[in-house]
Design a protein around this ligand. Sequence first.
Ligand code: PGA
Length: 254
Amino acid sequence: MANPLRKHLYIANWKMHKTITEAIDYLQVFNPLIHASADIYLAAPFTAIHALSQEVKRLHAPVRIGAQNMADEPKGAFTGEVSVSMLVEAGAQFVILGHSERRLLYFEDNAIINRKVHLALNANLPVIYCIGETQEERTACKMKEVLKKQLKEGLSGIKIENAANITIAYEPVWAIGNGQAATPKDAEEMQEFIRTQIAELWNEEIAIKMRILYGGSINTSNAAGFLEEKDIDGLLVGGASLDPRSFSEITNLN
Ligand code: PGA
């Protein structure tokens, strides 16, 4: 059940989908469908962030627009990269960091991600920090070890006053994009563990307030089961967020 200290949060991770026009069309369909009792974020491609933020303002839509990644340097000769200040000026209100596709396909390690986390938080940009074990690590029963390391190294040096700007997304890599979600019980076991680690990194009060989301093959049929668990404070949705109707069915579960 939802903890009153932690309002449910639903994030659409569009990945490399949606042009500017498609993103605006989505918002126009999505906005009238949603109830605003939960927080709703849309993680758009870089190119759509500015136009989409303008459209959110125009429609007074109860959603926040953010990015799926950013550079690990503030500025300079880094061809093709996008900095935190560029994101903020474009209208981004959060950034996803450490997604497993960034870790696995673009070789981002905990140290690189940690630099990004620092840059975002120093710019007051809230961070959705993704962690999760691979199938191999799960088979070897190393889930907790991996999660602990990702939390310790990825969040190293983050001051307690910035912790309120962090949301954790537990996304087991073996459950992403393949229709094979974790069971709510398995996810809860890991998320409860993550909360104990947050308490160790900072303190109990921070841990109680920090939102921990589940992500990995969430759809309109399985979403509700996850929200019944005490340490699951919302969902990070990939494939099922691409259609405004199915994503609104999920956000309206609240
Ligand atoms: P999925 O993606 O819902 O398509 O499994 C989730 C994610 O990668 O954030």
